[in-house]
Design a protein around this ligand. Structure first.
Ligand SMILES: Cc1cc2nc3c(=O)[nH]c(=O)nc-3n(C[C@H](O)[C@H](O)[C@H](O)COP(=O)(O)O)c2cc1C
Length: 351
């Protein structure tokens, strides 16, 4: 019934709303004996914190994670881990003027249709605030992956239609707030954000996520294929409209000969498969790209209706990101970690 849980062997349930007391996650299936403390979680949460660079909201949340259960003397105990993050900087009054209006591009209309009631403050459960809980869970999942030296990294490939051309030196992404490894593209992206912000509008983009050192043999055909679960995990993040694996949308443009990853004694000669064949990892890097829509909350006036069905005009005030990028990058890494930890643990129970 509930849509708030994800994963089978490594299972997470997130809870909470944007302007409620807080948000959090319950993790079941995490193995015992993993070294953990709140600093590890905080380090991960700081990477998605609001207020990073020009694209970010002005809402300032410390995102301090409290480990409520499942940890004893800095080790996981194998019992459910609950992590709670208090909401400290919610300003609900800015939503008073639009509480009876359906914001275009938001979940307002669909939540109202489904539940007959909605927490209009900051998007309630649909808010990206929920993704902080995923990042906390992702940090725990990464502890499982650390045992296999599996590493997950993301970068901004495109923002507002500007595409990074140089992506081979990933460390360069640390030099700009947009997490783009191409310095020239990063400058153009910033300029584009400034221009669009001045117009009261917003931008989308594309994030690429790579997982390295994933052993061959992970993934459960046919419905729990690794690529299917990665796509589901990433698609469940707000604002994500498409997920590509490997060559993705370029694959239909190639011939079979061009698209096949030929195999030599050294391994696969190319990686169009994105590290997954028939739903099972092949030992190559897992590569996914996430296509993110522009932030729906914009100052520009838009047509809408109110809850009584009358036509209205709305301009969304409040504190909002101009783009979900780069904050979504860490959320994508976290969802990838959760999917891989889940499938690694499933595989462990098989052998
Ligand atoms: C990291 C991140 C930050 C976001 N920030 C905002 C924001 O500040 N304002 C906003 O209106 N939407 C924001 N969104 C997008 C909305 O949460 C999302 O578009 C909305 O809930 C509707 O869901 P959908 O786009 O999946 O249909 C953000 C999404 C993510 C992943």
């Amino acid at each position: 019934m509930s849509g708030s849980s994800f994963g089978k062997a490594f299972n997470i349930t997130t809870f909470g709303e944007s302007h409620g007391k807080g948000i959090g996650v319950v993790i079941q299936g995490c193995p015992p004996g993993l070294l953990i403390n709140e600093d590890i979680l905080q380090n991960a949460l700081d990477k998605r914190k609001p207020g990073q660079g020009i694209a970010g909201t002005k809402r300032r949340e410390p995102d301090h994670p409290v480990i409520v259960s499942g940890v004893f003397e800095n080790q996981t105990t194998g019992t459910p881990i609950m992590i709670f993050i208090e909401n400290k900087d919610a300003k609900s009054s800015s939503y008073n003027t639009i509480k009876s209006l359906f914001r275009p591009g938001h979940g307002d209309f669909s939540y109202q249709s489904k539940y007959g009631i909605r927490d209009y403050r900051g998007g309630g459960r649909a808010s990206a605030r929920e993704t902080a809980a995923r990042v906390a869970a992702g940090a725990v999942a990464q502890l499982v992956l650390d045992q296999f030296s599996i590493r997950i990294q993301s970068f901004t490939l495109e923002l507002g239609g500007i595409r990074a051309q140089k992506t081979d030196q990933l460390h360069l992404k640390e030099n700009n707030a947009l997490q783009c490894p191409d310095p020239e593209a990063a400058v153009k992206m910033e300029d584009r954000i400034k221009a669009v912000k001045d117009q009261g509008d917003s931008l989308g983009g594309i994030v690429q996520i790579t997982a390295t050192n994933v052993p061959a043999g992970i993934g459960d055909p046919v419905f729990d294929k690794l690529d299917a679960d990665i796509a589901k995990g990433l698609m469940s993040i707000g604002a994500v409209k498409a997920v590509e694996i490997g060559a993705g949308i370029q694959a239909p443009l190639m011939t079979g000969f061009e698209n096949n990853d030929q195999i030599s004694l050294q391994g696969f000669e190319t990686n169009h498969s994105g590290g997954i064949l028939a739903g099972i990892s092949n030992g190559d890097n897992i590569i996914a790209r996430v296509h993110v829509k522009p932030i729906p909350s914009i100052l520009k006036q838009q047509n809408t209706i109110d809850t009584k069905g009358n036509p209205a005009v709305i301009s969304t005030q409040g504190r909002h990101d101009i783009s979900a990028i780069p904050r979504i990058n860490m959320v994508c890494e976290s969802m990838m970690a959760i999917v891989l930890a889940d499938h690694i643990l499933r595989q462990k129970s098989l052998k």
